[in-house]
Design a protein around this ligand. Structure first.
Ligand code: ATP
Ligand code: MG
Length: 205
């Protein structure tokens, strides 16, 4: 879909939601690529609050996931972290995330960034149309997941963008498993995140 022209005076903000347990270099590369492609002024990382889709496993406390995300993004002047989902009681729904950010930044155009896997799920949600009203939806390639937009006939044309980013076969699941097995996660996650995990003994059961 063609890129809409930049509206004068409106900043463009990427929104990268995730569990970030832990945040890894795949997340950072995806955010950086989308920022470059869509000329974003800022990318806000939004760690989820209480999980609902991942209830099969105990997710690390939100404060740890929040801190690791702050550590990982600290060196990039265009990356910020929002507490909206961490501080909102109850499970996180993306419509709430986007509505809250909308309220905080009424003049910004929002670009919601997801991996191809998460985008496919998202478009099946009952709220998909509302999501597309609140933000442009950007799906990025992820190794092992097709970059195809599933039937989304009800969405306005041009509301979903697909982008190939350099493939990083990294997942948080794999990072947690590596820590549990005493394998290194250096260079899969930022150095400060390696140190935060070790300092607090995360993912060691
Ligand atoms: P888990 O293995 O626990 O599900 P994850 O690596 O998928 O973790 P999430 O926090 O679930 O990380 O993902 C946040 C967002 O980042 C999602 O939209 C996901 O699709 C995307 N994402 C995760 N890893 C990558 C990657 N390597 N490349 C591109 N996008 C990614
Ligand atoms: Mg995931």
């Amino acid at each position: 879909a063609p890129l809409p022209g930049r509206a004068p005076g409106r900043s463009r903000i990427g929104v990268m939601g995730g569990t970030f347990d832990p945040v890894h270099n795949g997340h950072l590369v995806a955010a950086s690529e989308v920022a470059a492609r869509f000329d974003l002024d800022e990318v806000v990382f939004v760690p989820t609050g209480e999980p609902w889709q991942k209830s099969a496993r105990a997710v690390s406390p939100a404060e740890h996931r929040y801190l690791m995300t702050v550590i990982a993004t600290a060196s990039n002047p265009r990356f910020t972290v929002s507490r909206v989902d961490v501080d909102r009681p109850g499970p996180t729904y993306t419509v709430d995330t986007l509505s809250d950010l909308r309220t905080q930044r009424p003049d910004a155009e929002l670009y919601f960034i997801t991996g191809a896997d998460a985008l496919a799920q998202m478009l099946t949600w009952k709220d998909a149309e509302r999501l597309a009203e609140l933000a442009n939806l950007v799906g990025v390639t992820r190794p092992g997941h097709d970059l195809a937009v599933p039937a989304s006939g009800s969405l306005p044309a041009g509301s979903v963008h697909l982008l190939e980013v350099p493939a990083l076969a990294i997942s948080s699941t794999d990072c947690r498993e590596r820590v549990r097995q005493d394998l290194p996660v250096w260079y899969l996650v930022p150095d400060g995140v390696v140190q935060h995990i070790a300092k607090h003994g995360l993912y060691r059961d």
